[in-house]
Design a protein around this ligand. Structure first.
Ligand code: ZN
Length: 134
């Protein structure tokens, strides 16, 4: 007996049911030529694409949806689905930057990135000398 469901695969071996949970991964799903997209926690790229598509907010054909697996993302403790909190998505490295984020240092709304675990605009990152390796 082998049964699939959305959160994992159940195996029945000698009447003992073992739940094998698939590893969660972070994906960034966006329109082919657009910057706007969704940070998604899913078990596969296919699932991530479906989850983002179901919002109805991707303004393109299904075949034009682009899915990027963010290998560095750590999302194991987050639920399957879209990460609504943009800062969280950035901190977990599911998205690379926020176009209208709030800088932790100067509190300006600007394009922000993660520098040494802090959400900062480019100016503050330069001032604080956190630009190394970027
Ligand atoms: Zn700043």
């Amino acid at each position: 007996m082998l049964k699939e469901n959305t959160c994992g695969t159940y195996y029945c071996i000698d009447k003992v049911v073992i739940k094998v949970t698939k590893k969660k991964k972070g994906y960034f799903v966006n329109e082919k030529d657009g910057d706007y997209g969704f940070s998604v926690v899913a078990n596969s790229g296919k699932d991530a694409k479906r989850i983002a598509w179901e919002t109805g907010d991707l303004d393109c054909d299904y075949t034009e949806v682009r899915v990027t697996w963010k290998r560095k993302a750590s999302v194991e403790d987050l639920p399957i689905g879209i990460i609504e909190n943009e800062n969280l998505a950035l901190r977990r490295e599911v998205c690379d930057y926020l176009e209208y984020g709030e800088c932790e240092e100067c509190e300006e709304i600007a394009t922000v990135q993660l520098y040494e675990k802090r959400i900062l605009c480019k100016n503050c990152a330069e001032t604080l000398n956190l630009m190394k390796g970027r």
